[in-house]
Design a protein around this ligand. Structure first.
Ligand SMILES: [Zn+2]
Ligand SMILES: [Zn+2]
Length: 144
């Protein structure tokens, strides 16, 4: 799966006239392994040899190429994850105290109902929906 992912990322970077460098490859591997959105601070721990400034630059370039997306959290630290079309559609549990973000996949029935309802609401506004986001705010098990 990971080699497929690296192939996909390499193709997408090539389309954006960007090279899949060692640093970018390390970040993509780390995001895939982490299984949850990570902050720059997390990346410094997981990839200690990669300078923070390089990590941030790589993430910005990967975001511009549609490979990585930012996840808003409730603390001051932006988190990053692989774009949904490289992983799967999911939602987030966001801790309003420590900023921890947990990925959750909702039941297919919920997603079907949500998509149908959103389509109706959007059609009434002449709006064409592409996707949706739903982040649940609360307290993680450590912060309760
Ligand atoms: Zn917490
Ligand atoms: Zn959904």
């Amino acid at each position: 799966m990971t080699s497929d992912l690296h192939d996909l990322v390499e193709d997408r970077l090539r389309e954006a006239d960007q090279r899949y460098t060692t640093g970018r490859r390390a970040i993509i591997g780390m995001l895939a392994d982490a299984g949850h959105p990570v902050s720059i601070g997390d990346i410094a721990v997981l990839l200690p040899d990669l300078p923070r400034s390089s990590a941030y630059r790589h993430l910005t370039d990967l975001e511009a190429a549609g490979i990585v997306r930012r996840v808003p959290a409730s603390d001051e630290f932006t988190r990053f994850e692989l774009a949904e079309d490289l992983t799967e559609h999911h939602h987030h549990l966001v801790c309003v105290n420590c900023g921890k973000v947990i990925d959750v996949t909702l039941p297919a029935g919920f997603e079907r109902d949500a998509t149908a309802t959103i389509s109706q609401l959007a059609a009434a506004e002449g709006f064409q929906p592409h996707s949706h986001r739903l982040d649940v705010l609360g307290l993680c098990s450590n912060c309760q």
